[in-house]
Design a protein around this ligand. Structure first.
Ligand SMILES: NC(=O)c1ccc[n+]([C@@H]2O[C@H](COP(=O)([O-])OP(=O)(O)OC[C@H]3O[C@@H](n4cnc5c(N)ncnc54)[C@H](O)[C@@H]3O)[C@@H](O)[C@H]2O)c1
Ligand SMILES: [Zn+2]
Ligand SMILES: [Zn+2]
Length: 366
């Protein structure tokens, strides 16, 4: 067992604290990782606010890269010294989804079996089974994905959640490709990654929508061909107009990605998509949210697909090394997501800046 510093949310809504935690030595199937960098994701804030569940205290942080320090018995996929991005989809290979070949839908993903605890022995709930705002964290070995060790940790770690969720929402879930139009509602870290993914896939046009002008500027730098400030302009009419300029007869975008997680923006996505188009919900709603009075005839009549995207339907073993290689080749600008590098004691301020829309990602560097 080792003692390390970590960021913990003790109770609902209370500011996070840096405390000492106990991290067990890795047992069978587990790996101990020395965290080098971990991004601050909106989902960490959801945890702190009690929006995910009530299993406080939470060990926050889940977009991380680091070096494997030691591994338990029976671990073969990684070894001490490996540079890894942590993932929250360590597939089991045995559930119904895995057996039929849909590993991205695995119903029984693996996390460490042993618990990290506070000094008094209180068990911690690691965010998304990772908990990486910590000098070291204990995960299932399958949660470690080896990538090119020359990649910058602060950028590489972002593939561990939000950036992968956005890129995957566009490519894996939405099916963005040449000849298709994409609109993205909400251009935070996740939405801008969806813009970048759409650009990688060759989609055109790529329409970015937000209520914050700074986010729209960032989206343009990442490949958006058009932007809509939806606080001033009706995004549904504007998406229809732009799509119609590119493809005669289009009544909206082929793929509309909702990256906010709110009923009113999902409704915009629903009505901004073309006939037989696809809506992808990658933003995470809270349990109380509802879409009221959606005429069922509109669901039927418009055809197409209404999808949600967990983690961009990614397979870490397939997608992380590939995207890191594109980053290293200069084809995917992961550095652009890193607005600032911060210390482990600055997560609360990072939440504050996220609220004000000042950052794409603050990344804790250890
Ligand atoms: N599905 C997944 O696997 C997954 C993974 C990571 C994060 N998420 C979720 O994705 C969402 C976005 O995360 P993020 O880290 O990018 O958050 P963020 O706070 O950085 O970005 C949210 C963006 O939405 C914009 N916005 C807010 N209200 C809007 C409105 N009414 N219309 C248009 N834009 C609006 C904000 O200005 C901001 O740019 C969150 O709900 C997060 O929990 C999902
Ligand atoms: Zn499975
Ligand atoms: Zn996240």
């Amino acid at each position: 067992m080792q003692q390390v510093k970590a960021v913990v949310a003790m109770s609902k809504g209370a500011p996070v604290e840096v405390v000492t935690i106990n991290v067990p030595a890795p047992g069978p199937g587990e790996a101990l990782v020395r965290v080098q960098a971990c991004g601050v994701c909106h989902t960490d804030l959801h945890y702190r606010e009690g929006g995910i569940n009530d299993e406080f205290p939470f060990l926050l942080g889940h977009e991380a890269a680091g070096i494997v320090e030691s591994v338990g018995a029976d671990v073969t996929n990684v070894a001490p010294g490996d540079f890894v991005v942590l993932n929250w989809r360590a597939v089991c290979g045995e559930c119904r989804a895995c057996k039929r070949g849909d590993l991205q839908y695995c119903f029984n993903t693996h996390n460490a079996t042993q618990k990290m605890t506070l000094e008094d022995g209180t068990e911690l709930s690691p965010a998304l089974g990772i908990g990486a705002f910590a000098e070291k964290t204990l995960v299932a070995a399958g949660q470690c994905t080896k990538v090119d060790p020359t990649a910058r940790p602060a950028a590489a770690g972002l593939l561990g959640c939000g950036v992968m969720a956005g890129i995957g929402a566009a490519i894996n879930t939405g099916g963005a490709t040449r000849g298709k139009s994409v609109a993205v509602i909400g251009c935070g870290g996740v939405g801008i990654a969806a813009v970048a993914g759409s650009a990688l896939a060759g989609a055109n046009p790529i329409i970015a929508i937000d209520i914050d002008a700074k986010k729209l500027e960032a989206a343009t730098r990442m490949g958006a061909t058009h932007t809509i400030d939806s606080s001033a302009t009706d995004p549904i009419a504007e998406v229809k107009r732009i799509a119609g300029e590119f493809y005669e007869g289009a009544e909206g975008a082929d793929i509309v990605i909702e990256a906010v997680g709110r009923p009113e923006t999902w409704r915009q996505a629903f009505y901004a998509r073309d006939l037989a188009g696809t809506v992808v919900l990658v933003g995470v709603p809270t349990p109380d949210m509802k879409v009221p009075d959606l005429p069922l005839i509109d669901v039927f009549g418009r055809g197409g697909a209404l999808k949600s995207s967990w983690y961009g339907d990614c397979l870490p073993s397939r997608d992380f090394p590939l995207l890191i290689d594109l980053y290293q080749q200069g084809r995917l600008d992961l550095d652009a997501f890193v607005t600032e590098e911060i210390g482990i004691g600055e997560v609360e301020q990072a939440f504050e800046r996220m609220h004000h829309g000042d950052v794409l990602r603050s990344v804790v560097v250890l």
